[in-house]
Write a protein that binds this ligand. Structure first.
Ligand code: AMP
Ligand code: MG
Length: 337
């Protein structure tokens, strides 16, 4: 299959919408990362997402809608007050909510679960694509399963060339890490996966908010995560990643770098001078820019052929929680304190 890489002109959007309606898969930008979309109501189309990504069949997809009218057909009952408050505050935006699913949503989308994950993206191209398609769009991140998520159209092409008919190029993604996934089935909202919307933002509209244990910890033997995606090796480049935290971070990274052939350092901008002439990629100046730069930096590390990637950690608060959740998985929990 030939993959077309197109800017989102009105013509390209109309064709992309047609492709989705006819059961094809399209790569497209969102404010979080690039997604790989298909008609969520078409089981055969959704199957093509799993095939293109090599995604395990028991990892459910997020369904994307353009406006509030898109919600009712997908869910079993009216959203409760917690859900309403979060939707009013953060939709459209990088927040995914888990609802009891309606019978209309194919089991393939939810990996057999009786709940469905739903998000309303704010990116104008994502919005325009869903409207052009006229159907809800099931979309995971547009990477081959296990690889870092794509935050530019070139990253998508790197993984999906020849596997999908079209990729829309909307430039680099603003947030850079995936949406915050929130489960509302308990007393308080529970973050299953941290992302662009922070715990503090959720607590500002919904009183308390819990962070699932699996967010920063490896799963125990036989433990079943509430978010099925948490059990897989994730976001990993080819090089071996180690995360460094605490006050001796720079010293420990330098010691490891100097003892390791073909290593690469991912560091905050302000720390670059400490590393001298050692090979570094900047992650920017704060947790927000780390989120925006992390996945691209991990992919860049592979393009540079680094065997060992030594990465500075960040305090796991605000968007820093999402950064550390992704980094720990990219590093398979290799952490030096
Ligand atoms: P991705 O598609 O790569 O952004 O990953 C979607 C994430 O949402 C995965 O971690 C899934 O496990 C999670 N997810 C999707 N649907 C559900 C659901 N019904 N219940 C819990 N987690 C879900
Ligand atoms: Mg993903």
């Amino acid at each position: 299959m030939k993959t077309e890489l197109l800017f989102p002109t009105p013509e390209a959007l109309a064709r992309a919408g047609e492709l989705l309606r006819s059961g094809e898969v399209v790569g497209f930008p969102t404010e979080t990362v690039y997604g790989l979309g298909a008609n969520a109501m078409d089981e055969a189309a959704v199957e093509k997402i799993f095939a293109a990504k090599g995604r395990p069949g028991d990892n459910p997809l997020i369904v994307h809608i353009a406006d509030a009218d898109g919600l009712a057909p997908l869910i079993a009952s009216e959203p409760d007050p917690h859900a309403r408050a979060l939707m009013d505050a953060f939709w459209p935006g990088p927040l995914t909510l888990i609802f009891p699913k309606s019978a209309a949503v194919p089991a393939r989308v939810t990996a057999g679960l009786d709940t469905v994950a739903i998000r309303m993206p704010s990116h104008p191209v994502a919005q325009a694509l869903i409207r052009a398609a006229g159907v809800p769009v099931a979309a995971p991140s547009a990477n081959r399963s296990g690889r870092p998520s794509p935050t530019t159209a070139a990253d998508v092409l790197e993984d999906m060339d020849g596997r999908v008919p079209m990729i829309l190029d909307g430039g680099p993604c603003r947030v850079g890490v995936e949406s915050t996934v929130v489960d509302l089935s308990g007393e308080a909202p529970r973050v299953l996966r941290p992302g662009g919307i922070t715990r503090a933002q959720i607590e500002a509209v919904a009183s308390a908010c819990e962070i699932d244990h699996a967010v920063l910890n490896p799963l125990g033997e036989g433990e079943r995560p509430r978010s099925p995606g948490m059990k897989y090796k994730h976001y990993a480049p080819r090089g071996e990643v180690t995360v460094f935290c605490g006050e001796n971070t720079v010293k420990n990274i330098i010691r490891r770098y100097d003892a390791t052939p073909n290593a690469l350092i991912l560091a905050l901008e302000g720390n670059l001078p400490f590393y001298g002439k050692r090979r570094c990629i900047s992650l920017g100046s704060d947790a927000e820019s780390m989120a925006a730069n992390l996945f691209h930096a991990l992919r860049e590390a592979d393009r540079l052929g680094a065997d060992v990637i030594l990465c500075e950690g960040v305090e796991p608060v605000g968007v820093g929680l999402a950064v550390m959740n992704r980094l720990f998985r990219a590093a398979a929990f290799r952490v030096v304190e």
